[in-house]
Design a protein around this ligand. Structure first.
Ligand code: OGA
Ligand code: MN
Length: 294
């Protein structure tokens, strides 16, 4: 696919329906208003942007994120960086640099990213997007796949569109713990992050476009449906969302930064050899408001 230059940015589409590589941005420096607008326009158009060769510190990562909004701070100590709290560590290596075994609770929780999801959908106001920095990238797997939920919604058969029209799904952080067979949440943890309900068909606050909104690792119920039927419906929708015509698969190089829009995509990571270190640092951008029904 041909590359185009817009406002000093070189943009190269990576897949027919989402994803573009962007060169011409140095994340170590503040962006001027024209560059910000060009990056933001590209983000809205391509949903997932890949910025290669960004040798950033965590502090620079957080500062770049602030161009787009407030960084979200993870509500548990697990996974959050001890040094820079805005950094969410998607890693099998702990804060002291020690490789953790696959049955370590942190690794088990991180491994849930192998299922399709959209980040922090269990919040009343889910995040807008995220930026993931490849610090130590995998050679045995650990590829991140993204799906375009606008295109998925458009492609749904009418019968499925009718089933989800006007319906809300429940998103429960505690459901992830059941799936991962982690310890159940304490009553205090549950009270801090109670389940929330979001429309299954949403309208993007910037583009105005309609997309499907599910997050299978958190969705345990759908309004007006028996729990078993709800889980079946979520699985059926997820199966369509993972068709390759909607999916860009990112193979990481060290110091890639990948930025995605959590309002119109889902993602998952492929497994990798647990003996191999994988260290990925994520910032997350707080959303601007509740999920809008389409
Ligand atoms: C995430 C996530 C996938 C990955 O950071 O939100 O799901 O590739 N990570 O590590
Ligand atoms: Mn994620």
């Amino acid at each position: 696919m041909a590359s185009v230059t817009i406002d000093r940015l070189q943009i190269r589409p990576l897949h027919p329906v989402l994803g573009a590589e962007v060169r011409g941005v140095d994340m170590r420096k503040p962006m001027d208003a024209d560059t910000f607008k060009a990056v933001h326009d590209a983000w809205m158009q391509y949903l997932v942007l890949v910025f290669p060769e960004q040798r950033i510190t965590d502090e620079e990562h957080v500062a770049f994120t602030r161009h787009f909004g407030e960084p979200e701070i993870f509500h548990q100590d697990i996974i959050k960086s001890r040094r820079v709290p805005e950094i969410f560590r998607v890693s099998n290596v702990d804060d002291d640099g020690i490789l953790m075994p696959p049955d370590h609770p942190t690794v088990k929780q991180v491994s849930l990213a192998q299922f399709w999801h959209t980040d922090s959908s269990y919040r009343k106001i889910p995040c807008m997007g995220a930026l993931l920095h490849g610090v130590e990238t995998s050679k045995t797997g650990g590829e991140t796949q993204f799906t375009n939920m606008y295109a998925v919604y458009d492609a749904l058969p009418d019968s499925l569109k009718q089933q989800i029209a006007g319906r809300r799904a429940r998103h429960d952080f505690g459901y992830l713990h059941k799936l991962a067979k982690l310890r159940p949440l304490t009553p205090e943890e549950e009270a801090r992050m109670p389940p929330v309900w979001h429309p299954m068909v949403r309208k993007h606050p910037v583009t105005g476009r309609t997309s499907l909104y599910i997050s299978p690792i958190y969705n345990d119920e759908i309004e007006g449906m028996e729990p078993e039927a709800a889980k079946k419906l979520v699985a059926q929708l997820a199966e369509i969302a993972e068709e390759s015509r909607f999916v860009y698969r990112h193979r990481w190089s060290p110091d890639d930064v990948v930025m995605w829009d959590n309002r119109c995509t889902m993602h998952q990571v492929t497994p990798h050899d647990p003996r191999e270190r994988r260290v990925m640092h994520r910032t997350t951008i707080v959303g601007t408001g509740p999920v809008l029904a389409a």
